[in-house]
Structures are given as C-alpha cells and as structure tokens.
Ligand binder design. Structure first.
Ligand SMILES: *[C@@H]1O[C@H](CO)[C@@H](O)[C@H](O)[C@H]1NC(C)=O
Ligand SMILES: *[C@@H]1O[C@H](CO)[C@@H](O)[C@H](O)[C@H]1NC(C)=O
Length: 309
C-alpha cells in the first residue's frame, strides 16, 4: 500500500471517519475502546535544529510515544514534521520538557478519546451492511469485508474468483480475490495487498475501491477492459486480518499482527519487516527506539526466516 503514498497526516484526517460506526458495531458499549484514550494528546513537533531533533528522539524513547509520523524515531531530524500520540500519563512530562527546551509544538488533539467519540456520533451515511448498497466511503469491519468478498464471488463469477491462501495466527482465513477474465490459461499477474498495518484502515478501503472501479468500468473503459483481459489482479483486501480485527475491537492504534512468541512479552510482529532481507536498512529499524519493530530486530540476530504472523 505504500505506493499510494498517502502521507500519515492525511491518514490521520480519516480518523473521524473510521470511527463513525463503532457504536453500531458495539451497541452495548457507550465508550469506544473502553475509554482507553481518555486524556491522550496528539502533538506536532518540528525540530528546527539537529540538537532539537536529538533531544526529541531521546524523550520519545523515554516516554514510549506512539509516533504517527515519520515512520520511525530514527527518521526524526531537523525540519521533519513529527506527530506523536502521547498517553495521558506521559503528556505532562512531554509538555514540561518542551517548555523547558523551548521546542516549538502544536497540540493537534487535546483529548484523543473525545475526537474518536465525536467521530462516532456523526450522522451515519447510507446503509453499510447490505452488500448491494455497499458503501465504499466508510471503513468496514473484517466481517463486512469478507461478506462483501463472498458476495462478489457469487455475483461476478465471470471476473472474480475468491479463494483462501491459508489461515492467520488466530485462525482467520486469508482471502484473496483473483480479478480478471479467464481468457487464457496463462496470464501475467499483479499482486496488491492492503492492510498490512492494522490501524491504517485507508489501505483495505483502497483495495475495495479498486475492485469496485474495475467491476464498474470493465464494460465502459477500454483500458480497464484490456487490463482485466490481459492480466490477473490478485487482491488481498486485508493482509493482517488479526490485527485489523483487533484495531476495531480493542486498540484503534494497533499496528502489528497478533502472534505470540514464547521469548517475548509483547505480541505481534510488524508484518512488513518480517522478512529475511534488508532488515536494518533505510526502513528505519532502530534497535533501541522502536518497540514496534524491536522483536523483528532481535529475531534477526537469530536468523529466522520469518515468524508466523
Ligand atoms: C503510563 O502508564 C502505563 C500503564 O499503566 C505505564 O506502563 C507507563 O510506564 C506510564 N508512563 C509514564 C510516563 O508514567
Ligand atoms: C467462490 O466461488 C467459486 C465458484 O462458485 C467457489 O468454488 C469457491 O469456493 C468460492 N470461494 C469461496 C472462498 O467461497
């Protein structure tokens, strides 16, 4: 999904939209995610010198902030816009530090919980449940997405074939849509997966949108027709199914998978770092600073060929 190139700040703008319907999903809960984000802040900081960048990196590590951008603490440098989600019990320390060091900052969200809850009370748009009127402009739960896939598999069998490539760590099917006309036995193929990072809900929304566009324009758009005649698109709308589900039910900002590892207390791996190649390159893996990927880093030293995700 990286090729879409949505900057994180833009993704964050989707948050209110994402949370629109959680109340419908969990009608019994009046407080989203059990109010776990009450008092949390989101703060934007732009270090104006390398010294400030260094100081920020240190405090981010100390307070274990949840970095929304850039991708990792090691990428914080002079002039970089950094957005951090800081838990309520750390924000006092961070603000005191910023005042002391005179680093310029702007509070983007005073209380993250309120922002999430405000988003969830927006008037609901068209029906999002029934598949024929499927709403491509809202985020959908895993169950809804899978129902949508099953529906397309039934109603568009000329262009779509849905199959499973295995099971996730928690036993969920890993479904893929093979999109394209069965015109020849052998066709070149394009692989598109979305939702490798659970909390980035715009990814799965994009994959669904792509399928919709392809089906809608197959007859009217010569380019689309040509592509679907000559190629197969293998589309996996939700790659990290366990994490995605968890980001709907427990932790809106969960990013990794949900696997357990006997040697570590924390759960999951960052699935796009879970390969035996280029672990410590420019992607910004930093041994000490980034709890999101430190498991992968440690495992790397033992040379696994990847862990179950
Ligand atoms: C905030 O609370 C969490 C959970 O109780 C704890 O793990 C963390 O260390 C605390 N952070 C600070 C900066 O006190
Ligand atoms: C999709 O449809 C085909 C043909 O009807 C069927 O064989 C296949 O099992 C379906 N896929 C899934 C995952 O249900």
């Amino acid at each position: 999904m990286k090729f879409l190139g949505k900057p994180r700040s833009q993704r964050a703008a989707f948050l209110p939209l994402c949370l629109l319907f959680l109340k419908i999903l969990h009608p019994g809960h009046s407080h989203l995610y059990s109010s776990r984000y009450a008092g949390d802040k989101v703060i934007r900081l732009i270090p104006s010198t390398e010294e400030e960048a260094y100081a920020l990196k240190k405090i981010y590590q100390q307070l274990k902030v949840d970095l929304w951008q850039p991708g990792s603490i090691s990428q914080v440098s002079e002039g970089t816009v950094t957005d951090v989600h800081i838990p309520h019990n750390g924000s006092r320390a961070l603000l005191a530090f910023l005042q002391e060091t005179n680093i310029h900052y702007k509070i983007l969200m005073e209380d993250l919980q309120k922002v999430l809850e405000k988003g969830s009370s927006l008037p609901s748009q068209r029906s999002r449940r029934s598949v024929p009127g499927y709403n491509y402009e809202v985020y959908h739960s895993l169950e809804e997405i899978q129902n949508w896939m099953h529906h397309l598999n039934k109603t568009h069998s000329g262009l779509i074939h849905m199959f499973s490539i295995g099971k996730s760590y928690e036993g969920r099917s890993l479904f893929v849509l093979k999109l394209g006309r069965r015109s020849r036995a052998y066709k070149r193929a394009v692989w598109i997966d979305c939702g490798i990072h659970a909390r980035e809900w715009i990814g799965p929304a994009f994959c669904q949108w792509f399928v919709k566009e392809a089906l809608l324009t197959y007859r009217s758009d010569p380019t689309m027709r040509k592509m679907l005649n000559h190629l197969y698109f293998y589309i996996m709308p939700v790659f990290n199914v366990d994490g995605y589900h968890f980001s709907w039910t427990n932790d809106r900002f969960w990013r990794k998978t949900r696997s357990r590892n006997s040697r570590f207390r924390c759960r999951g791996v960052d699935a796009n770092r879970n390969w035996r190649v280029k672990w410590c390159g420019k992607l910004g893996i930093n041994r000490d600073s980034d709890p999101k990927v430190s498991i992968s880093f440690t495992l790397k030293n033992d040379e696994p060929s990847g862990t179950p995700t």
